[in-house]
Design a protein around this ligand. Structure first.
Ligand code: DGY
Length: 323
């Protein structure tokens, strides 16, 4: 029997690519370039499965190909707002993701950003590398204390809760959160976190606001000018969720005009492009979408994606089917 043909839209950790090659006819994107809409369409027509990542825009236009051979989109990543799930479902294409495996590393990176922006680590690093450090002095790069402050979470899913635990147990922070639906008590076990009734309630009280809600239409520009103005002037905004949750132009305005003190970002509205206004500001830390970027997690994501792929081709329901 011929082996299912699968297209990997980007290079994956070598160990996972090898495992995939044992069972599938694997088509690699040798030079790891982001695939164009036409290349994605070709892949949908020529392969049994497409293994996508956040850098692929699988929208209704791409999915409108005449006769898709692919019957499953196995996404390497937990977020899937880059896939038009309704259009995929309408074409009879199953979509899966990789939850759980990246929770810890993404939460670690949210804390990294909190510490970097509050303690002015990016500014300090740039100063040292520029040869501009003139030595210790009481007034040099004075930042803001993180320990004991109030952390406000927008979204209290797996990653939000992992951030809450780190902040509370490691830094003695007080945790507030807003989640669209009530969070079951067992998921909050061991955490002292207060639920708020609205996003605004969190914004008004938090010293750090960290975003952990999904991207896509519902949350697009959730953090707009009005909401940024709801934050305290000394507060920091952290985004490791999805770029489209923040209106980048509004954020650049808020940072430049002292509406908020600073921001730590890992994700952007039009990656890899970043709003020009942000690039020159000292009070924003800009990372290149590194949330899940550890050896352990990237291999874990690949193996989790493979479990979904195997289940699909074994005729089982993939464990992480989202549509
Ligand atoms: C995720 O899994 O959603 C990460 O952001 C990478 O896509």
């Amino acid at each position: 029997m011929s082996r299912p043909r699968i297209v990997l839209t980007r290079r994956w950790p070598a160990a996972v690519e090898q495992r995939l090659a044992e069972r599938y006819e694997v088509v690699l994107n040798e030079d790891d370039h982001p695939l164009s809409p036409d290349e994605l369409r070709d892949a949908l027509m020529s392969a049994d499965a497409l293994l996508t990542t956040v850098s692929d825009r699988v929208d209704a236009g791409v999915l409108a190909v005449d006769a898709p051979r692919a019957k499953v989109l196995v996404n390497y990543g937990v977020g899937f707002n880059h896939i038009d799930v309704a259009a995929a479902t309408a074409r009879g294409i199953v979509v899966t993701n990789t939850p759980d495996v990246l929770t810890d590393c993404t939460a670690d990176l949210a804390l990294t950003l909190m510490l970097m922006i509050a303690r002015r680590a990016g500014e300090g690093e740039r100063e040292v590398r520029a040869g501009a450090w003139s030595g210790w002095r009481p007034t040099h790069l004075v930042g803001s204390r993180v320990s004991g402050k109030v952390l406000g979470l927008i979204g209290m899913g797996r990653i939000g809760r992992a951030v809450a635990r780190r902040a509370q147990l490691g830094f003695g922070m007080q945790v507030l959160y807003y989640n669209r639906s009530p969070v079951p008590a067992n998921e909050l076990e061991g955490l002292d976190a207060r639920a708020c009734h609205s996003v605004e309630e969190v914004l008004a009280a938090a010293d750090f606001v960290s975003l952990h809600c999904p991207g896509g239409v519902t949350n697009r520009h959730l953090m707009n000018r009005e909401r940024l103005a709801h934050m305290q002037r000394h507060a920091f905004l952290i985004n490791t969720a999805r770029g489209d949750v923040v209106d980048e132009a509004a954020l650049a305005w808020a940072l430049a005009n002292g509406i908020i003190a600073g921001a730590g970002l890992d994700v952007y509205e039009a990656e890899p492009r970043i709003h020009e206004g942000l690039l020159t500001l000292p009070n924003v830390v800009l990372l290149p979408h590194l949330g899940s970027a550890t050896e352990e997690t990237r291999v874990g994501m690949g193996l989790r994606a493979m479990q979904n792929l195997d289940a699909f081709f074994d005729g089982r329901v993939p464990p992480d089917r989202v549509a």
